[in-house]
Design a protein around this ligand. Structure first.
Ligand code: MN3
Length: 201
């Protein structure tokens, strides 16, 4: 089974004004689509065709760099679209409690996550992960993610991720990555993040 570009669960305009429709359209229909196309080409005729994208990421050291870059790109963007788009939602009581205990509260989570996102040099991702039964914040370069066995300083099950490649924000924010990172908190689908949290425990 070849991997497929997932349909967005909302319109390209849904995240305005925080993420503009043109950025969403290019990001989803061009960038993510290219990762899917290139991933399928890289695994064609190999056993990886039978695996889930999570299984491929967990064993990524066995694969060529094209699978790491494009498989990571496919997993990361699929997660990213899913955790956006539900303005006004809130973390579940259980996730909220873990944010208090493990991370020092929502304001501290935002501060530490935005620091991870803004200080990631070049392209990459910031993550909120579950490792064991604890929440943690970290970041990865390029299209790496916390599932990958080659990643040693940012591990766990990602439940929230922010794309800080320039293609994710440059049309609207240009060099102002910190403004994009701040705006992110207004468009998170906490229902989906909470669902991912419960599933990861
Ligand atoms: Mn991207």
């Amino acid at each position: 089974m070849a991997f497929e570009l997932p349909k967005l669960p909302y319109e390209y305009t849904a995240l305005e004004p925080h993420i503009d429709a043109r950025t969403m359209e290019i990001h989803h229909s061009k960038h993510h689509n290219a990762y899917v196309t290139n991933l399928n080409a890289a695994i064609a005729g190999t056993d990886a065709e039978k695996l889930s994208i999570e299984e491929i990421c967990k064993n990524i050291s066995k694969y060529p760099m094209a699978v790491r870059n494009n498989g990571g790109g496919h997993f990361n963007h699929s997660l990213f679209w899913s955790i956006l788009g539900n303005k006004g939602s809130k973390p579940s009581a259980r996730l909220q409690a873990a944010i208090e205990v493990d991370l020092g509260g929502m304001e501290k989570l935002k501060e530490d996550f935005n620091k991870a996102a803004t200080t990631r040099f070049g392209s990459g991702w910031a993550w909120l992960c579950v490792e064991g039964d604890k929440l943690k914040i970290c970041s990865t370069p390029n299209q790496d993610n916390p599932l990958m066995d080659v990643v040693t300083d940012c591990n766990g099950t990602p439940i929230l991720g922010l794309d800080v490649w320039e293609h994710a924000y440059y049309l609207h924010y240009q060099n102002r990555r910190p403004d994009y990172c701040s705006a992110f908190w207004s468009i998170i689908n906490w229902d989906e993040v909470s669902r991912r949290y419960e599933a990861a425990l």
